[in-house]
Design a protein around this ligand. Structure first.
Ligand SMILES: [Zn+2]
Length: 364
């Protein structure tokens, strides 16, 4: 029987055999960059080494070096039964611009699990991650430094510009059903903040990836799989899948829950590591669902395949409140995300921010 990896290279993308995603697609993209980059576009020289590494990556668990790294780390944390399952997985990053969470399939003619990770949603998440970081920093530093401080003036200008650019891009993405960029509305992070924005984007990527892994390990893709049990200890108030008759909706709620709990339930003795882990899981889940809300527009409406984004968000909040140890920091993150949703609602006219009133947050 073929492995998931061999199946992908034999039948799905033989022309990409042993090539990283970046070698297959992005080398050409980079050579097509226009001469003379627009103002504010970072030079590629600082990223050159990282990029070379990504290009030369030999696909083992994924054709993307970062995703391979996420899976390796997850394998390290996982209990034995889950470990062997994860070791049989292959995640193919694919150049699909449709803003759908990663697709996955299983036809029974290979061993292990195959996941398709579309670049569309992930690329959009990076744009929102840049804005989110600037916005949160503006809220925090603004309180400390006051509105007239040069740093705050600069941040306000940047948040305003980026909010408008993303609103214009999102409008086009929704109209065309594709996440494509133009030089006019792509946003770049200030160099000193880029590292933080990239880190926040990796939290989103992980949530998207773990959600897809969860569909496999919970037995949603093949019959006869024994589901893993980490959802059972949750109180009923967190189990939104118990309130629906739709099997597809049930599976989506379960995949969201498992995506959070897969790493939330691992414990390390290092307190700072624990805190960082909770923060990364919370921001990853809440920010990704926020962005999906900007694509969905009608956040309270379910589709045939997916429950409403608002109910997915609420379940995520309930699970985080139940399962995180550092309650105060989780409360702060939830407030930050809600404020960010309001900013997006005001600039785009829709999204999860339709459910909140800014007045709720002005007291602190
Ligand atoms: Zn799903």
């Amino acid at each position: 029987m073929l492995t998931a990896r061999d199946y992908f290279y034999k039948f799905v993308a033989p022309e990409q055999l042993n090539k990283s995603y970046q070698a297959a697609f992005q080398e050409r993209d980079l050579s097509q960059l226009p001469n003379g980059l627009p103002n504010g576009v970072p030079s590629f020289s600082t990223q050159e080494d990282a990029f070379k590494k990504a290009v030369n990556h030999a696909p083992n668990r994924s054709n993307d070096i970062l995703i391979e790294h996420y899976i390796e780390n997850l394998i390290k944390l996982a209990p034995a039964k889950l470990k062997s399952r994860l070791e049989g997985m292959f995640v193919a990053k694919v150049k699909d611009l449709i803003a759908n969470a990663a697709a996955q399939h299983s036809r029974g003619n290979y061993d292990g699990d195959l996941i398709f990770f579309n670049v569309g949603l992930s690329d959009a998440c990076y744009q929102y991650a840049i804005l989110y970081y600037e916005f949160i920093r503006l809220v925090d530093e603004g309180k400390r430094l006051g509105d007239r401080h040069p740093e705050i003036v600069q941040l306000t200008k940047s948040v305003t510009e980026h909010t408008i650019k993303i609103a214009i891009a999102q409008r086009r993405w929704n109209r065309e059903g594709l996440v494509q960029f133009t030089w006019d509305d792509v946003v770049y992070s200030r160099p000193d903040m880029e590292g933080y924005a990239i880190t926040i984007a990796t939290y989103s990527d992980k949530f998207i990836l773990y959600h897809e892994i969860a569909h496999h390990i919970l037995g949603h893709t093949k019959l006869g799989n024994s589901p893993f049990t980490f959802l059972e200890n949750l109180p009923d108030i967190c189990k939104y899948w118990r309130n629906t008759m739709s099997k597809k909706h049930m599976q989506e709620y379960e995949a969201d829950a498992a995506a959070l709990l897969m790493t939330l339930q691992t414990r390390s003795s290092n307190l700072q590591e624990e805190r960082d882990k909770e923060l990364s899981i919370a921001v990853g889940g809440l920010l990704t669902l926020t962005i999906i809300g900007q694509f969905a527009r009608h956040v309270d409406k379910a589709s045939i395949d997916h429950p409403s984004v608002s109910s997915r968000f609420d379940q995520c909040v309930a699970i985080l409140k139940e399962s995180c140890t550092y309650e105060t920091s989780i409360g702060e993150i939830i407030d930050d995300i809600k404020r960010f949703q309001i900013l997006l609602r005001k600039s785009q006219g829709w999204g999860l921010g339709c459910r909140w009133d800014m007045a709720e947050f002005t007291h602190n």
